[in-house]
Design a protein around this ligand. Sequence first.
Ligand code: NAP
Length: 231
Amino acid sequence: MSLCWVVTGANRGIGLEFAKQLSARGDRVLCTVRDLKRAAALRELAKSAPGPIEIFGCDTASDSGVEAFCRELGERPVDVLINNAGVIGSMTSLEELDFADITHTFDVNALGPLRLTRGLLGALEKSSTRRVVSISSGMGSIADNANGGAYGYRLSKAALNMANRSMSVDLRERGFTCVALNPGWVQTDMGGSQAPLPVDRSVRSMLELIDRLTPADSGRFLNVTGNDFPW
Ligand SMILES: NC(=O)c1ccc[n+]([C@@H]2O[C@H](COP(=O)([O-])OP(=O)(O)OC[C@H]3O[C@@H](n4cnc5c(N)ncnc54)[C@H](OP(=O)(O)O)[C@@H]3O)[C@@H](O)[C@H]2O)c1
């Protein structure tokens, strides 16, 4: 049975690869991009994709942008939401913190997934699958933080993990499965070319994992390997 997915930030990197692999297996992918003018690779993919790819504009840091996207979807059911859009933020020392940048990083990485999930609750409830996957990071782990720094990014992903946990509790009785997922260190613009994981391998592993999720997994912070990542 083919499913309908929403993938945010799908014009490059991990999001684009999700669109590619999901479409290759015949699923429908509703892709959101921050800027419709910067979606050339996604448009090219959509031309020859086996499963349908539709492209929508949606800045996940904007309340009105997310509301407009959810309205545009109308009454369509959504099986799985992948909250993928994210920014790395500036990597300054403690002395040089840029609070406006940290606030923006938090807005995209922590609040964006909350905006999308809230906005798509009705669409997700039209399906019995009801999965919400938020792409987190090992850098959001407090236990794993031996290197310090990266304040905006680390804070935002730790907050995203907490948001995921609360959503899992609040939506348990409605049959939702909500997980935070660490994709590993991946070769993208964000991860850089020195990253060990090619993007296709990371996404393949994540999809294998997402396909196996059950409501009993809800609230977990999972590594791309399928194990729990330390909080
Ligand atoms: N790569 C890694 O090693 C790694 C490791 C751990 C976690 N992650 C997480 O994986 C996710 C994807 O990362 P990536 O490596 O694919 O990064 P990327 O190559 O930098 O791509 C980021 C994507 O997010 C989009 N985006 C940024 N701000 C947005 C906004 N306000 N509204 C909508 N879309 C927005 C970007 O759109 P534009 O093109 O318009 O900027 C782009 O499509 C992120 O959540 C990231 O934190 C990545």
